[in-house]
Design a protein around this ligand. Sequence first.
Ligand SMILES: [Zn+2]
Length: 476
Amino acid sequence: MSQKKLYITTPIYYINDVPHIGHAYTTVAADVLSRYYKSQGEDVFFLTGVDEHGSKIAEAAKKAGKKPKEFADSLVPRFQQAWKNLNIDYSEFFRTTNPEHEKIVKDTISKLKDLGFIEKRKYTGLYCIACEKFLLPDELVDGCCPDHGTKPTEHSEENYFFLLSKFSDKLLSAIEAGNYQILPESRKNEVVGKIKAGLDDVSISRQKVEWGIPFPGDETQTIYVWIDALINYWSAQEVFNQDNIWPPDIQLMAKDILWFHAIIWPALLMALSLPLPKKIFAHGFFTFGGQKMSKTRGNVLDPNVLVEKFGADAVRYSLLREFPFGEDGDISEEKIAGRYQNELANNIGNLLNRTISMINKYQVKIDQSRKEYSDETISRYPIAEFSKDIENFQFDKILQKILFIAEFANRIIEENKPWELAKNNKEKLEEVLQSVYEFLKLINERISPFMPVTAKKMKKQLETLEPEPLFPRIEK
Ligand SMILES: [Zn+2]
């Protein structure tokens, strides 16, 4: 039997519009983790994709004058291109219209029915079309959906219910035992609080939504799009012929869909007697100019536009550098431009450029063959500390620490003035530039999961000693 692969997932994104910066945020974080674990010798299966069913997509398709599948087909390349532009190296791209997936979803529902976890009932509630879910009265803000700012409509129908309430105790003990980690800690507490307050059974079918997978044994209903979507993580094994990935090791998502991932998803797996994911992490929301980013409100930042302007690596860097992963924060083009200029170009880029130029100008012999770092260099950011930071999703701290190394190395240059040493102290000159060269190697290594293209360029320059601007001036 082959060894288990490290299984990392992003949610499958709703394909009712082009990808926005929020999608990019989750996907970049997953890619950083994937690249890091690969660099540590792990075999990684990194899954992303799109969620193609549901009324929201049917509506968007209608507006575009297309059939839902045709509409989804036209948007899939937009997502794939956006990930390509951002240098996302995913293993496979999931589509919920995949026939194998559709069959597995139906089989899963049939099995849950046979096991006695599904019942037919009448349900009346307030429904947000944009969320595709019923909202509870205490979730509303001024009578509106907290995420969309729109009034939900009263909706009543006969649905099939998954008996979620049966799983409260089991969920709590899995979370407490740490078999199933919900991160960050504050989110875990939120989830535990909700479970303790009591779980209601959830409706898992829809009467009026035609664009979906038919409910087994009742063609008047379709399977609720969220249930269909969650099962993608499981059906990926069959769809992509992977027999050594289960359970998922890391599942990333934005906090608005934590409920589905932290409660409904593990309960479904428990009902099926399947092993649970090991870690799920819910990150925060962006505001853009103080306003919440939302498709419905229209202030969506296009990641492709940012990549065109700043390059993929600078966008990846800025997204993860701006605020802690797990908290909310603000982003803007000005902020990215500022980080590009001050941190990337003036600090890291300048350090590389001036060091290589001085090595050439003063004809200093650098020992490039050294595999190990000197104690002084490595103590600035040991691999054990770096690994721990990555495992704790401390992306902003990591980038700050890398930046400190560059600042420190730049200071070594300022203080030792190699241009003076070149006149009277060749030995010291060599020592200083060798030391700075090593710091550059360390920066190169640590930055590589975050900025893969930059790391490659940097490595090449450190080998050939041919300087070239790492972060060219941005045309305004
Ligand atoms: Zn909503």
